[in-house]
Design a protein around this ligand. Structure first.
Ligand code: ADP
Ligand code: MG
Ligand code: MG
Length: 892
C-alpha cells in the first residue's frame, strides 16, 4: 500500500486530481511540480494514514517509517543537505492539508530539524547568525505550541511564547522582532526551552526524527481539535475525510533584504477585478504576513522593490489561472531573489467576486458558461442585490476612521468585543458588529453570529478577512481604531464608543462610522427600478449575462410569491415567469376593507354576510384586474382565503368599539361573537378551505371577483392564465365543495359578461393526509402546489412560530443538522412530496407541480425539487435570481 507521495525536483507521484488522497495542498503542490513551477521538494503522507491513525489508537501503518525515511533521503538528494547534519542541516516544514482548505484551522511547524548543535552549523554555513537563531526560536515556539501543547490556558492569557518575547523586548528596549540581536535571540531560545520544560514537564527534543514524528502526529491530532471541528460542522465536512501531512524542504524568506514571504490572489478577491492582489513582508518567514505582527506591504510595491520577482509572480499568475481555470490564492517565498511557490488553491472570494470572475473568465475563454454557472454559489447572487450605505447618508456622515476593505457590503450594528456577545445580540434579533484587535479561529462562532467584523490589526489576508469573505460578511480589518477589551471601548479618532453602541462599517470602502447609517439599494436594483441606465452599470451587465446562462440550463421554472401588482412587477424584472402564490387575504387589510371582512365573519345571518361580501367584491376585483394586467398572460396562481379566523378578529376593545360604530352592531354583540370564535390552536383550527366551507359567501365572493376581473381583461383584449387553488385541503370532498362553487360562479360570470376564458383549479398540498391521498385528490385537482411550510409544520408537529425556542438547541446538539423551515427535510417531508407527485401522476399524468413557500428560494431544497420533477418553484422577489441559478445548477 502506498502511503507516501513524493513531489518536486523531477519526481512527482501524485497530481491535482488526488485531493481526497493527498489533501488539497498536497495535490496542488504535486500538480504545480508537474507543470514545472518552482516548488521546494517534499512528500505527502496520505489522508489514509490519518484515518488509520484514528482507527488504530494513534499508531501508523507498519511500512510508514521506512517510506518516510526513503522520501526524506530523496529530499536530501535533491537539496544537497542532510536531515540532522550538524554542520549544514536540511530543514523541513510539516504542514497539514485537508481535502478542502481549512484556513487557520490546522497547524504547521517550520524549520524542523534544527537543534542546539545544527543551529550553529546553519549560522556558520550561511554566515548569518541572526538568521539561524531566528529560525530556531520560531521552530521551538511552533513546536512547543503545536506538538507539546504549550498554549494559552484561558481566553485572556497571552499566547505564552509571545508573552516571553514581549517581556524580553521590554527588558532590552526593543520594539520590533527585527530589532532583536543574536544575543537577544539566544536568550529568547533559552527562555523558550525553559517555558516548554516548565509547562509540559518535558525537554524540547533534540533528535530530528523525533521532532519529525512528533510534528506528524500533531498534524493528525489537529484534525480532531475544537477549532477544526467547529469549522467542519459549519461547512459540512465529514470527519472521515482526514488530513494529509506535507513534509517539505524549507526555503527562507528571512535571509535578509533580498528575501521575503507573501501571499497573493490572482484576482482581487473582494470584487473580482482582474488585477494581482496581495501583500508581502521582506525578511520574514511563514505566517508573519497572516499573523499581523508586522504590517505587510501591498504587492504593488514589489514592482519597484523586487522587480524581477514581481515579473515572475505575474507570469506565474497567468500560468496558474490557465492551468487551474480558476482564481488562485498563492503562498510564496523569495529566498535571496529566487521565488518559490509554497501553496496554491482556489481562492475564497466574496459573492460579488465569484460572479464577476466567473463572468470574465468566460469572456476570456478560460472557462465555459456551464462551468461559470456551476461555480457561482447560488446564494451569492443575492449580494448583487444587497443594499449599500445610501449616497445621501454618506454625504452627511464623515468616516471617523478607515481600515482595509476586506469583505464588501454595508453593515450597521451594536458593538461587541466577544464571540459570546455577538451570539447574544443575534439571539435578541439585533445586529452585532464584532470588534476584535485581530481574530483567531476561536472567534469563529462570533463571526458567524455577527453582521460585520471590524479588526484593528491584520491585512487583507488575515484570518478575519479570509473567513469573512467566505461567509459573505461585511469586514473591515487593520483599521486605525483602538480596541480596549478591558474597558469595553472602541476608539475611533477622538470618539469613544462603548459596548452596545451603534457602529457602521463599509466593507467596500473600508470606512467606519459612529452610529447608525442608512443603507441604499444596490446598483442592480437601481437599474431594475429605472434609477440608473443599464448601460452605465457593469455589475448589471454581469448580472443579466449570468442569469441568461442559468436560464439556458435550468428545467425548473421560477415564479414569484406576490400579493400586490407592485411585487409582481418587481418579480418580473428579476425574471419571474409567473406568480406561484398570490395570497388574497393581504388585500383585506388595506384601508377600510377589514371592517367589511369583520362584519362578514361576525354576521349572524346569511343575508348580512352576503351584504358584507358584496362590499368587498369590487376591491378584490380591482386588485385582481391590476394583477392580471401586470402579469400580461403569464400564469398566476391565486390562493383562496387561507389564514386562521383570529387574524381577522378585533381583539382590542378599542378595535371592537370602532367596529361597532362602523357597522352599527352593538359592542356587546361583537364581543360575544369574538369570544365564541376564539380558538385554542388557530393554525390547526378554522382556517383555509374550512373557513370558506363554513362561510360559502367568502369563496363565492372571491370567485366572482377573480372571474369578473378575468372577464374584464379578456374583454379588453388582454390575456389571463389563471390557476385557482384551494388551501388546507385534507379531503377530496373539501376540494370538490370549493371547486363546485368556482365552476358555478365561472359559468355565471361568463354568461353575463359574454366572454369565455380558461382557468385551472388545483390545491395546495400542505397536509400529510393530502399528500398521502394525492391520487384521490388529483381526480379533481389539475395542479398541486406544495405548501412546504405547513407541510413541514404538520409532518413534524413543529410550529414554525414556536420552534425558535428549541431549534437552536437541536442544531447545536446535532439532533437535526439544519432548520427544516429554511431547507426542506428531504428524508421526511420530502418523502411526502415525492409520494404526492407519484400518486398524483397515476391519475393525471400531466399534472402540474409546483412549490410555494420559503423552501422555493433555498438552493438545497431547489436541488431536491428538481430531482423529484416539479415544474416550478415560487419564492419571494429577492430569492428569484438565486432560484434561477440554483435551478440551473440542479440541472447540470
Ligand atoms: P496553512 O494551511 O495554515 O496555510 P501552511 O502549511 O500553508 O499552513 O503553512 C503556513 C506558511 O508556512 C506558508 O504560507 C509558508 O509561508 C510557510 N511555509 C510552509 N512550508 C514552507 C517551506 N517549505 N518553506 C518556507 N515556508 C514555508
Ligand atoms: Mg496554519
Ligand atoms: Mg497555507
Amino acid at each position: 500500500r502506498k502511503f507516501v507521495y513524493d513531489f518536486g525536483e523531477g519526481k512527482t507521484d501524485g497530481n491535482g486530481t488526488q485531493r481526497a488522497l493527498l489533501g488539497g495542498k498536497g495535490a496542488n503542490l504535486a500538480e504545480c511540480s508537474l507543470i514545472g513551477l518552482p516548488v521546494p521538494p517534499g512528500f505527502t503522507i496520505s489522508t489514509e494514514v490519518c484515518t488509520y491513525y484514528y482507527a488504530h489508537d494513534g499508531t501508523y501503518p507498519l511500512s510508514l517509517d521506512v517510506d518516510v525515511k526513503a522520501s526524506v533521503a530523496r529530499i536530501e538528494g535533491a537539496v544537497g543537505k542532510r536531515f540532522g547534519d550538524a554542520s549544514d542541516p536540511l530543514l523541513v516544514s510539516v504542514r497539514s492539508g485537508a481535502r478542502d482548505s481549512m484556513p487557520g484551522m490546522m497547524d504547521t511547524v517550520l524549520n524542523l530539524g534544527l537543534n542546539d548543535e545544527s543551529v550553529e552549523g546553519l549560522a556558520a554555513k550561511t554566515g548569518n547568525e541572526r538568521f539561524a537563531l531566528d529560525c530556531y526560536r520560531r521552530f521551538i515556539a511552533m513546536y512547543g505550541d503545536v506538538v507539546m501543547g504549550v498554549q494559552q490556558r484561558h481566553e485572556n492569557e497571552h499566547e505564552p511564547f509571545d508573552a516571553v518575547m514581549d517581556q524580553l523586548k521590554a527588558e532590552r528596549h526593543k520594539r520590533e522582532d527585527l530589532d532583536l540581536t543574536p544575543d537577544d535571540l539566544r536568550e529568547l531560545i533559552t527562555r523558550f526551552k525553559a517555558l516548554i520544560t516548565e509547562r509540559s514537564g518535558e525537554e524540547f527534543p533534540q533528535d530530528p526524527y523525533e521532532q519529525l514524528w512528533g510534528a506528524i502526529g500533531a498534524v493528525f491530532r489537529s484534525w480532531g481539535n475544537d477549532r477544526a471541528r467547529i469549522y467542519r460542522a459549519k461547512y459540512h465536512i465529514p470527519a472521515e475525510w482526514g488530513t494529509a501531512v506535507n513534509v517539505q524542504a524549507m526555503v527562507f524568506g528571512n535571509l535578509g533584504d533580498t528575501s521575503a514571504t507573501g501571499v497573493c490572489f490572482t484576482r482581487r478577491p473582494t470584487d473580482g477585478e482582474n488585477v494581482m492582489y496581495g501583500e508581502y513582508l521582506v525578511n520574514a518567514q511563514g505566517e508573519d504576513v497572516v499573523a499581523g505582527i508586522r504590517t505587510p506591504k501591498a504587492i504593488d510595491e514589489m514592482k519597484t522593490e523586487m522587480p524581477d520577482s514581481y515579473t515572475e509572480l505575474e507570469h506565474i499568475r497567468g500560468v496558474l489561472e490557465r492551468h487551474f481555470a480558476d482564481v488562485q490564492d498563492v503562498e510564496f517565498t523569495i529566498q535571496e531573489k529566487k521565488l518559490y511557490l509554497l501553496q496554491t488553491r482556489n481562492a475564497k472570494r466574496t459573492g460579488l467576486a465569484a460572479i464577476r470572475t466567473a463572468y470574465e473568465m468566460v469572456k476570456e475563454g478560460i472557462i465555459d458558461d456551464k462551468t461559470a454557472v456551476k461555480r457561482i454559489p447560488a446564494d451569492s447572487i443575492s449580494s448583487l442585490l444587497a443594499p449599500t450605505f445610501s449616497a445621501d447618508a454618506l454625504e452627511r456622515e464623515t468616516p471617523l476612521a478607515t481600515g482595509l476593505p476586506a469583505g464588501p457590503g454595508a453593515a450597521s450594528g451594536h458593538i461587541t468585543f466577544t464571540a459570546l456577545g455577538a451570539e447574544a445580540i443575534q439571539r435578541e434579533g439585533r445586529k452585532a458588529i464584532l470588534c476584535r484587535i485581530e481574530t483567531t479561529p476561536e472567534d469563529l462562532r462570533g463571526m458567524i453570529a455577527a453582521e460585520g467584523i471590524l479588526t484593528s490589526r491584520g491585512g487583507v489576508s488575515s484570518h478575519a478577512a479570509l473567513v469573512a469573505r467566505q461567509m459573505g460578511k461585511v469586514c473591515v480589518c487593520g483599521a486605525d481604531v483602538t480596541i480596549d477589551y478591558s474597558r469595553g471601548t472602541l476608539g475611533i479618532g477622538t470618539t469613544v464608543l462603548r459596548e452596545g453602541d451603534f457602529v457602521s462599517i463599509d466593507g467596500t470602502t473600508g470606512h467606519i462610522y459612529a452610529g447608525r447609517v442608512d443603507a441604499a439599494p444596490s446598483e442592480v436594483n437601481q437599474v431594475l427600478n429605472g434609477k440608473l441606465d443599464p448601460d452605465e452599470s457593469y455589475t448589471y451587465r454581469i448580472f443579466q449575462t449570468v442569469m441568461g446562462w442559468a436560464d439556458k440550463y435550468r428545467k425548473l421554472a421560477v415564479r414569484i410569491n406576490a400579493d400586490t401588482p407592485k411585487q409582481a412587477a418587481t418579480g418580473l424584472k428579476l425574471g419571474a415567469e409567473g406568480i406561484g402564490l398570490a395570497r388574497t387575504e393581504h388585500m383585506f387589510f388595506e384601508g377600510d376593507r377589514i371592517h367589511y371582512m369583520r362584519k362578514l365573519i361576525l354576521a349572524a345571518e346569511d343575508s348580512e354576510r352576503r351584504r358584507a361580501a358584496n362590499k368587498l367584491l369590487p376591491f378584490q376585483r380591482d386588485d385582481f384586474h391590476e394583477m392580471f394586467n401586470a402579469m400580461d398572460g403569464l400564469p398566476i396562481t391565486i390562493r383562496l382565503l387561507d389564514p386562521p379566523l383570529h387574524e381577522f378578529l378585533p381583539h382590542e376593545s378599542s378595535a371592537r368599539l370602532a367596529l361597532a360604530d362602523k357597522i352599527s352592531v352593538p359592542f356587546e354583540k361583537i364581543t360575544e361573537r369574538v369570544a365564541a370564535l376564539q380558538e385554542m390552536n388557530p393554525m390547526l383550527g378554522h382556517r383555509g378551505c374550512r373557513l370558506a366551507i363554513s362561510f360559502p359567501e367568502i369563496a363565492e365572493m372571491q370567485a366572482r371577483a377573480i372571474f369578473e376581473a378575468a372577464a374584464q381583461v379578456v374583454a379588453e383584449g388582454g390575456q389571463v392564465a389563471l390557476e385557482i387553488m384551494v388551501p388546507f385541503v385534507g379531503f377530496k370532498a373539501e376540494l370538490d365543495n370549493q371547486v363546485n362553487t368556482l365552476h358555478e360562479v365561472a359559468r355565471e360570470v361568463m354568461a353575463y359578461r359574454k366572454v369565455s376564458f380558461e382557468y385551472k383549479v388545483g390545491t395546495m398540498i400542505e397536509l400529510p393526509r393530502a399528500a398521502l391521498t394525492a391520487d384521490d385528490i388529483a381526480h379533481t385537482a389539475e395542479f398541486f402546489s406544495f405548501g412546504t411550510n405547513d407541510l413541514t409544520q404538520c409532518t413534524m408537529g413543529m410550529s414554525r412560530d414556536d420552534s425558535g425556542a428549541f431549534l437552536p438547541t437541536y442544531t447545536a446538539k446535532e439532533i437535526i443538522s439544519q432548520n427544516p423551515f429554511a431547507s426542506i427535510d428531504q428524508v421526511g417531508v420530502g418523502q411526502l412530496v415525492q409520494i404526492a407527485c407519484d400518486k398524483g401522476a397515476t391519475v393525471r399524468p400531466d399534472i402540474k407541480l409546483g412549490v410555494c413557500g420559503e423552501h422555493g428560494g433555498d438552493p438545497k431544497s431547489i436541488e431536491f425539487f428538481h430531482r423529484v420533477g416539479l415544474n416550478y418553484v415560487s419564492c419571494s422577489a429577492p430569492r428569484i435570481p438565486v432560484a434561477r441559478l440554483a435551478a440551473a445548477q440542479a440541472a447540470l
